[in-house]
Design a protein around this ligand. Structure first.
Ligand code: FRU
Length: 492
């Protein structure tokens, strides 16, 4: 099928049911012919996926939704697509669940969260609406999903307009139980066009009292704060959000928009403040993480999942009619007030065979045969070296990880990793790592790479689009290391 190229505003907002009956069928065929489809990551059946939404545990299953535009790899009118899982690694597609079909969300069911309430799952989301002059309206909406997966929208908004002094860039509600009620944390832009995180409180999830601006910094958080998430444990508070247009002097980043976090000792509702907040930090040192969503699971773990993709950037799969994926599920934890992100232990279920192990080597080369594997590499001393994945046989091409543990430096370069894209924002990322013997756990899945550094103290996530021949692994260092390699199975 000849893929649609020029998308007019009218195309982008055309109701799904107004597309020709065979349009999606043909698009599905085009997507099936795409290289770079994932084996074990969540991906859209067609079209575009962006933010994870509504991550929750309900009715004996993990529930996850994502922002979806099924008609093409563009930001058209959004719905929530739904996936469920028994084990956090095998995800079943449940289809589009929250559709832009009411006067409060006609131009997009935007991001939000979910939590169990009684025997239902409560969903909070933003309804995006445009009028005939393309003026934006924003409504904070609610819905209930029953155990059969059927959704009933609450007919009127939970919050009908932005508070006084704020623009209609007011979206992405996170709702969770707090004290004797519920807290809502939401992204906003004030009339001076500065990004802020606001909070609300409610006893019933229907009537919301405004608490105001969440205090956690004296710096200006860019022009808009998207997708805020506040996580509270007995000993810590963690705020994850996306400050668009942040001055890099406040915290350096190279992506078009960063996904950042602040840790704190606690949240004080009276002051509406994070107590002893840290400086802003990058959540991920790679190229392609945005809109990470996290929640406290009933088993006590803090679980997160990220959109692996960035707004306003073209990706090589666009020409096959789809774009982006979600990260694997990560567990968030604190050690001495430092945030760690690690793959959930359930990821081990994907390991296919006994590991191939190389012990005490300074040079290891092998053909992974397929770019769908896990690699663990551990040093006992401070070393430097270069690891090349997605390499061709001549080792001329590949994605390189260069490191120097004694100077605490790492650099990831994807300029030779296959089809190049996003060059405007650089083809390499250099960042600091701990001054300790390096340990890496790497998940490769066709065109997503997730690198967990030093037990998750740092994470670097990226997309790369290798040719079919680029399946070699080439590991070289100036001190011995031990490697385990596991081919990983597809998600069931
Ligand atoms: C972040 C975002 C959210 C919004 C959604 C729309 O990527 O812009 O702020 O709710 O995407 O798809």
């Amino acid at each position: 099928m000849e893929l649609k190229k020029d998308w007019t505003t009218q195309d982008l907002y055309r109701p799904y049911q107004d597309w020709a009956p065979d349009y999606l069928e043909n698009l599905t065929k085009t997507v099936k012919n795409s290289p770079w489809r994932f084996g074990y990551h969540i991906q859209p059946p067609t079209g575009l996926l962006n933010d994870p939404n509504g991550f929750a545990y309900y009715n004996g299953k993990w529930q996850l939704f994502y922002q979806a535009y099924p008609m093409g790899p563009v930001h058209g009118v959004k719905s929530w697509a739904h996936v469920t899982s028994d084990n956090l690694v095998d995800w079943q597609e449940e289809g589009l669940k929250l559709l832009p079909d009411s006067s409060y969300d006609s131009h997009g069911v935007y991001s939000g969260t979910a939590m169990p309430m009684g025997d239902q799952l409560f969903l909070a989301y933003t309804g995006n609406v445009r009028d005939e002059n393309w003026e934006r309206y924003t409504y904070q909406m609610g819905a209930f999903m029953n155990p059969s997966g059927e959704i009933t929208k609450i007919p009127t908004p939970l919050i009908a307009e932005p508070p006084k002094g704020y623009t209609t860039h007011f979206r992405d509600p996170q709702v969770f139980p707090f004290e004797d009620g519920y807290l809502m944390v939401i992204g906003a832009q004030n009339e001076q066009e500065e990004g802020e995180v606001l909070t609300y409180f409610s006893h019933d999830c229907l009537n919301w009292e405004q608490l105001g601006k969440l205090n956690f910094t004296n710096e200006q958080m860019g022009f808009m704060a998207e997708c805020p998430n506040l996580l509270l444990t007995d000993e810590h508070a963690l705020l994850i959000f996306c400050p668009q247009g942040l001055d890099p002097a406040i915290c350096a980043y190279q992506n078009i928009y960063p996904n950042m976090y602040v840790t704190a000792a606690s949240y004080d509702k009276e002051k509406n403040a994070l107590i002893s907040p840290s400086a802003l930090k990058n959540l991920d040192e790679g190229f392609d993480v945005y809109a990470t969503q996290a929640f406290k699971a009933p088993d006590g773990r803090l679980l997160s999942v990220s959109w692996v993709g960035l707004p306003e950037i073209a990706y090589p799969t666009d020409k096959y009619g789809w774009a982006h994926g979600l990260s694997i599920v990560k567990e968030l934890s604190f050690k001495e007030d430092v945030l760690y992100q690690t793959p959930v232990k359930e990821m081990r279920e994907l390991r296919q065979e006994n590991a191939t192990t190389y012990t005490d080597e300074k040079l290891v080369t092998f053909d992974a045969k397929s770019n769908q594997y896990e690699l663990q590499i551990d040093f006992e001393t401070l070393a430097s070296g270069t690891f090349t994945l997605l390499a061709d046989e001549e080792q001329n091409h590949g994605m390189t990880i260069t490191f120097d543990a004694s100077h605490g430096k790492m650099k990831i370069d994807r300029s030779q990793a296959g089809e190049v894209f996003g060059e405007d924002f650089g083809t390499s990322r250099a960042f600091e790592i701990a001054n300790e013997p390096l340990s890496l756990q790497i998940f490769v899945d066709q065109s997503i790479i997730e690198i967990f550094i030093n037990g998750g103290k740092e994470v670097a996530t990226l997309r790369a689009f290798p040719t079919e021949k680029q399946t070699q692994v080439h590991l070289q260092a100036d001190a011995p290391f031990t490697t385990h390699f596991w081919p990983l199975r597809k998600m069931k």
